[in-house]
Design a protein around this ligand. Structure first.
Ligand code: TXA
Ligand code: MG
Length: 331
């Protein structure tokens, strides 16, 4: 996939569905209609594709994404369902409900897509085009709303084109989306909790499970554009056990090293474990590696991880945002 793709817009036919699945399989970005809004899809299991997706959206931060799957069986392979989650899925899937659930240990979704969290947002959309693409592709597809960061969610293929032309490979035009409002998000990580009001009314959910009140200090309406840094009240940011020392030019004894770029840090040979986000200095590759490298370094036993400077341009802004959060002292 090239850095500056030319964007094709095609009618949602059987051929378009096959094209969409092939493009996703090659790491490409495909916008498609769901019953709520148009989503911008990438292969959820391909960290580099997910990194390109954040880049195309122009997100200044890695907000966790919703994994879209064709059916409940596929959802069970990603996350653990408690009885409340099973009841909600049985009542409302396929449909405009996203469940935030514990991520399974063997979940194949790239860590970047869930922003390094232990939880994952999952949804089974109810739109013939979305379902056909998911069935043809056969793997989970992460899809945020197909708009540039800071813009409203798109409900037509033309909205998507206006926002993302030249940044994604393909737009599958299935007409205007029937609901025009994003899915309702409910966390099932204990007592079910409403994280984002959306196309499925609260009353429908409460007829199936009781909803706990969110903590008083927490925002009640959460969306990426409104609350970039607080994706859902329950989604704390990935926090390593080890301390992070940012903008490190050298490695001290006993430290692990998170490197970036071709140059090596002074004393790199001393590092307990050294991993490079991208030897070529490629920020998309670096984003794809960020959470998995941090996790591996955190597991090596070093008390401190020295982190080489990462430039602030492009995805570097989001990478630095997450590094700063991971480095912040914890309560
Ligand atoms: O209707 C929709 O949900 C559309 C269509 C395309 O499916 N998608 C959508 O995605 O609205 P997006 O990325 O624009 O919004 C997803 C929201 C974000 O606010 C994100 O923070 C939250 O879901 N989210 C994702 N994973 C989460 C998690 N593990 N914990 C808490 N919130 C999460
Ligand atoms: Mg959005």
């Amino acid at each position: 996939m090239t850095a500056q793709p030319s964007t094709e817009l095609i009618e949602a036919t059987g051929t378009a569905v096959e094209r969409a699945a092939r493009t996703l399989g090659a790491g490409g970005l495909v916008a498609f209609p769901t019953e709520t809004v148009y989503g911008l899809g990438a292969d959820a299991t391909n960290g580099a594709a997910v990194a390109r997706l954040y880049d195309a959206k122009g997100r200044p931060s890695f907000n966790p994404l919703i994994a879209h799957v064709a059916d409940l069986d596929a959802a069970h392979r990603l996350a653990r369902f408690d009885p409340a989650a099973e009841r909600l899925a049985a009542a409302f899937w396929p449909g405009p409900l996203t469940l935030v659930l514990p991520r399974r240990a063997d979940c194949p979704v790239a860590e970047l897509a869930t922003a390094g969290l232990e939880t994952i947002a999952v949804r089974v959309p109810d739109h013939p085009v979305a379902r056909a693409i998911l069935l043809a592709f056969g793997r989970p597809v992460v899809a945020p709303s197909a708009n540039r960061s800071g813009h409203v969610s798109p409900t037509t293929a033309q909205h998507v084109l206006a926002d993302l032309r030249g940044r994604i490979e393909l737009i599958v035009d299935g007409g205007a989306t029937p609901m025009g409002l994003e899915s309702t998000i409910v966390a099932c990580l204990g007592e079910p909790m409403l994280l984002r009001p959306g196309a499925l009314p609260r009353a429908d959910i409460e007829a199936t499970v009781a909803l706990a009140e969110p903590p008083p200090a927490a925002p009640t309406s959460v969306d990426d554009e409104e609350a970039l840094l607080a994706p859902g009240q329950l989604a704390s940011h990935y926090a390593p056990r080890a301390r992070l020392r940012l903008d490190a030019e050298r490695v001290n004894a006993g430290e692990a090293l998170l490197a970036f770029g071709p140059a090596s840090a002074e004393g790199a040979e001393r590092a307990v474990l050294a991993l490079n986000l991208s030897r070529d200095g490629d920020l998309i590759e670096a984003a794809a590696n960020l959470f998995s490298h941090l996790r591996a370094l955190d597991g090596c036993g070093a008390a401190t991880i020295a982190v080489m400077p990462v430039p602030h341009e492009g995805l570097g802004e989001a990478i630095n945002d997450r590094l700063q959060r991971a480095a912040a002292p914890r309560a």
